[in-house]
Design a protein around this ligand. Sequence first.
Ligand code: HEM
Length: 203
Amino acid sequence: MSLSHIQFVKLVLFVVCLIPATVLGWNFYHDQLGANPFEALTRESGEWTLRFLLATLLMTPLRGVLHQSWPLQLRRMLGLYSFFYACLHLLTYLWFDQFFDWQEITKDILKRPFITVGITAWILLLPLAVTSTNSMMRRLGRRWKHLHRSIYLIASLGVLHFLWMVKADLREPLIYAAILLILLGYRVTKWWQKRAFSIAARQ
Ligand code: HEM
């Protein structure tokens, strides 16, 4: 893909990724989010955070399958959108669920395991967003790659958060868990193949 072509794709992706937030905002404003619009806001933004995390993780396998480099050029934007939706999600919780009552928030984080897991995932996302720039990438060198591997843990915590939250119907979080397993399984298989290849090459 040429430079101008990928820049066009990035621009389209930037706008497309804003659609869920715009639709949510529109429906909220026009009172179209059902009986409990605040809960709907929290839930929807949570799901979009997870979807963007998985979309970010999809880019490496996509490059491998298509033998093209462009998926990697979209990875950072998808990751940053995941952080954007995570911030929206956290904000709806702090505002509409807890009314910025910091004492209650601290109690809730300590008391409910799914909230503990959610806040841990958000805290771990923070350094990834801060170090996502080219200059940070250069400055951190090899450490950047190690740091950004925590995306695997963050996505796993996101799925665990959802699984822990749901009380009866586990189907939806299990679908996300299955997708995550496939995406992580791809990486483990590749790593294993590379290792076997380098051992064979040394013999
Ligand atoms: C990477 C970070 C996170 C991810 C991927 C994530 C994802 C999700 C998902 C998928 C849901 C379920 C949506 C549904 O029911 O359809 C959810 C719900 C929820 N999350 Fe998160 N979340 C994250 C961080 C957080 C944080 C930091 C908090 C607050 C401290 C939080 C609080 C909640 C609450 C209160 C609900 C709704 C519970 C309910 O309606 O009973 N999440 N989240």
